[in-house]
Design a protein around this ligand. Structure first.
Ligand code: KG4
Ligand code: ZN
Length: 334
């Protein structure tokens, strides 16, 4: 079954063709340049850009896959959660193609896409986890731990009470004047060894799967406000300390979940899973605890359409379809 998947939940317009779960193409058009002058995604501008980009991105994904729409058996698109004005562009485009071509359509939950991304066999010899696994999903809008028993049996064990991890990276980068998106910038800066300023970790001792990242963000803001001037070395020490606080608590909680649930496989998912320190620390701690870590290639951690095509494929293969009156959902917990 060949599935065309479309993703437009935030600031990336993406399309991918997969054939029986294998990736044939993975096209993406990023809007970072549009939004970075504002220090974050401007929803109205994102929608306008999706309208311009959606058709060329889909055309590129068909071309890269060496197919035409005549070769596509089903269409999948993200239908939530995300920015409504962004979601509606990809979703409506997908439903229109499906309706005109009389193809089955499936509306994919973006979080499910992220959580299942580690299972995509991309032919690059990255090992894929068997079910069950414990997934840490850390992105710009979500941070949660899931017990993944099957593609459609995913239990949320706990999530953040306030900011998402990616949001904390972006906000801290903004307050330090480091630019947008903050995650990759902080990742690069913190990779250089040196001193660290110590910042707090919420719920560190608590045996729960909940997170809170607004405290560390405020702690950084208050610390910075107290300094008369900040040297380059001092700035790097702040960035390293902030990243360590966020990474440490996430690794601690995901390993705690795997041990409590007696699950051997641990998966990293979402944009923050591209973070080098998180990947390294998780690998080290999983090894110490006799757990197996699966971290998908970085391009499949951040938003992409292959994960949407893949999650759609699993549902469509099981005979599920979504109606043509499927509406975009800004909020859609798994
Ligand atoms: O999954 P994603 O692409 O979009 C959402 O679904 O939100 O995640 C985007 C988030 C942003 O907050 C971005 O700063 C963060 O992922 N991110 C990173 C890294 N790359 C992207 N955070 C830390 N380190 C990175 N290398
Ligand atoms: Zn995402």
């Amino acid at each position: 079954m060949r599935v065309l998947g479309i993703e437009s939940s935030c600031d990336e317009t993406a399309a991918s063709v997969i054939d029986n779960g294998k990736i044939l193409s993975d096209s993406i058009s990023s809007q970072i340049d549009v939004h970075k002058i504002y220090g974050g995604v401007v929803p109205e501008l994102a929608s306008r850009k999706h309208i311009v980009n959606i058709e060329p991105v889909i055309a590129a994904s068909l071309k890269d896959a060496g197919v035409t729409l005549d070769d596509i058996d089903a269409i999948a698109a993200t239908s939530g959660p995300g920015l409504l004005g962004s979601l509606v562009i990809g979703l409506q485009f997908a439903k229109t193609i499906a309706m005109a071509r009389k193809l089955p359509f499936y509306g994919v939950n973006h979080l499910r896409g992220h959580i299942l991304a580690a299972r995509i066999d991309d032919g690059e010899s990255t090992p894929v986890p068997d079910y069950p696994y414990i997934a840490l999903l850390a992105s710009g809008g979500h941070t949660a731990i899931y017990h993944v028993k099957n593609w459609n049996n995913i239990e949320c064990l706990g999530q953040t009470r306030d900011d998402a991890a990616g949001e904390a990276f972006d906000k801290v980068a903004k307050l330090l004047g480091l630019g947008y998106p903050g995650g990759p910038v902080i990742d690069r800066m913190a990779a250089l060894q040196g001193e660290k300023v110590k910042f707090p970790q919420a719920f560190r001792q608590r045996r729960s799967y909940e997170f809170s990242f607004s405290g560390v963000k405020t702690a950084v803001a208050q610390y910075v406000a107290k300094q008369s001037n900040i040297s380059k070395d001092h700035l790097y020490a702040i960035v390293r300390g902030f990243q360590e606080s966020v990474v440490d608590i996430m690794v601690r909680k995901v390993v705690f979940a795997a041990r409590e649930k007696q699950v051997k496989n641990v998966v990293l998912a979402g944009g923050v899973a591209a973070n080098s320190a998180l990947r390294n620390r998780a690998k080290e701690v999983c090894l110490q605890n006799d757990l197996i870590l699966f971290a998908p290639p970085k391009k499949r951690c951040t938003d992409n359409a292959s994960m949407i095509a893949y999650a759609g494929y699993l549902a469509l293969k099981d005979g599920l379809t979504s109606p043509f009156d499927t509406a975009p959902r800004s909020n859609w917990p798994l």
